[in-house]
Design a protein around this ligand. Sequence first.
Ligand code: MG
Length: 202
Amino acid sequence: MKIIAIGRNYAEHIKELQNERPDEPVVFMKPDTALLKDNAPFYHPDFSSDIHHEVEILLKINKEGKNIDPQFAHKYYDEIGIGIDFTARDLQQKCKTKGLPWEIAKAFNGSAPVSAFVPKGGYNLTDLNFSLTINGETRQQGNTRMMLFPFDYLVAYVSKYFTLKTGDIIFTGTPQGVGPVKIGDRLEAFIEDQKLLEFEVK
Ligand code: MG
C-alpha cells in the first residue's frame, strides 16, 4: 500500500507557515514504513528537534482506479479515519529553502500514525469537525468546509498520476495550529466527538 498526502489544503494553515496558496493540490507520499497503527507509540527521532503534529482526515481507498472522474470519486472510498502527518519542520525548512524534495522531513519511520477506519456513511463529509488534543488540551480544530480542494477532487486529481489501489490511504491536509511535540506527550484525535486515535510520544 501507499500513503498519499496533500499539503496546503487549509487556508489558515497556509498562512501560519507563510506558504503560497496553491492552484492545484500539493501532493507528496510516504512509504508503508511510515505507518503506525493500533495506537502504537511514536518514537521521537533524534535527527530533528522540531517534529510537528498535523492532524488530518484520512480516506481509505476501496478499489483500484486511475484517471477517476470527480463525479465517481466517492465510489473509491467508503471509510474515513484520522491521522497525524508528522513533519520534521526543521528539515523541511532546509529542503524548502534549497528547493529540494521533502521526503526525509515527511516520510520517515512512524511519521504516519493512523486510526481505525469507520464507515463514511454516518458523516456529513463536507461539514466534518475534527480535532487534536495534546495532554488533554486542544491544539488543532478543523472542519472540512474549510478545505481548498474537497475529497472527491483530491481522489480524482491524485489518480491522474498514481493508480490508486485497495488499502491506499490519502491524508487530506491539516488545519491551522500545527506545532511541536515532545517526549511524554499524549495525543488524542477526534472526528466530531468520537476519539479514534490516541498514542504517546516516546
Ligand atoms: Mg500535512
